[in-house]
Design a protein around this ligand. Structure first.
Ligand code: SF4
Length: 249
């Protein structure tokens, strides 16, 4: 994950690791090869066709990898179209090139919605900043042991506010499903959909998982993120979209 947001995590941290079978490892190797080709291709722009095609291949392989891991562990994913509790999280850890690709997709397919999306992103960002300010101000009152991670707390409060992702359509589906970022794809729930609601967020036994890529893949993603980044320090989906959607193209 990116160095500048090392301790920011979009979703609750998983408590138990999933077992990865050898056939899934082979698919993961394919992901690494696709990422290497993106890195070695040295595309001038992350919007170049070759670069995007390789990244879509990564998505395709990641889906296969995820399916194999789920089957091997005998789980059943409960996530389905229309259930969008997780889309109330502040989406963090988005790669710069992913934000650029999403912005391009929105310009192409939803040009009339851009103004509304940007307005909601700005509003949500202001709310997150307020929560952050209040949390920092009161941190010493609520945690004299120094054991509470304030970023977790800020993200958790934001989640409780039911601020749905600006990219979620009215029928509860992701409007950019084909190009949604990896950080949205790695999350899986194996429990009843209703248990993903914010009020159960702190419950210990909800089986939700983040199926991250291995370190070598994450390192390549980081290098690509920094190679194509135009707005340093930004890794939140909403804050990046404001910049990518309002810049002159
Ligand atoms: S980008 Fe799509 S999947 Fe991700 S939080 Fe937004 S609506 Fe949900």
């Amino acid at each position: 994950m990116h160095n500048d947001t090392d301790n920011i995590q979009k979703f609750p941290v998983q408590k138990e690791l999933l077992r990865i079978p050898p056939e899934a490892r082979a698919v993961h190797n394919g992901i690494v090869r696709a990422l290497e080709s993106m890195e070695n291709g040295n595309a001038q722009s992350c919007l170049a066709d070759d670069f995007k095609l390789s990244y879509f291949r990564v998505f395709e392989l990641f889906e296969q990898y995820q399916q194999m891991v789920i089957q091997h562990n005998n789980y059943k994913v409960s996530c389905k179209r229309g259930c969008a509790y997780c889309c109330n999280h502040w989406v963090e850890d988005v790669n710069s090139f992913e934000a650029a690709i999403i912005a391009e997709y929105l310009r192409k397919y939803f040009p009339d919605s851009i103004e509304k999306i940007v307005a909601q992103c700005i509003e949500d960002e202001a709310i997150l900043n307020n929560i952050e300010k209040l949390t920092i101000d009161r941190m010493s009152d609520i945690d004299d042991t120094g054991t509470i991670d304030y970023i977790d707390l800020v993200l958790s409060v934001f989640y409780q506010m039911n601020r749905t992702c600006p990219l979620l359509s009215e029928n509860g589906a992701c409007s950019i499903y084909k190009v949604r970022p990896l950080t949205c794809r790695i999350y899986m729930s194996f429990s009843e959909n209703a248990l993903c609601a914010p009020e159960y967020q702190e419950t210990d036994d909800i089986p939700t998982y983040l199926l991250n890529l291995d370190e070598n893949a994450s390192e390549i993603l980081d290098r690509l993120h920094f190679r194509y980044q135009r707005f340093p320090e930004e890794t939140g989906l909403r804050s990046m979209l404001v910049k990518y959607l309002t810049e002159d193209t």
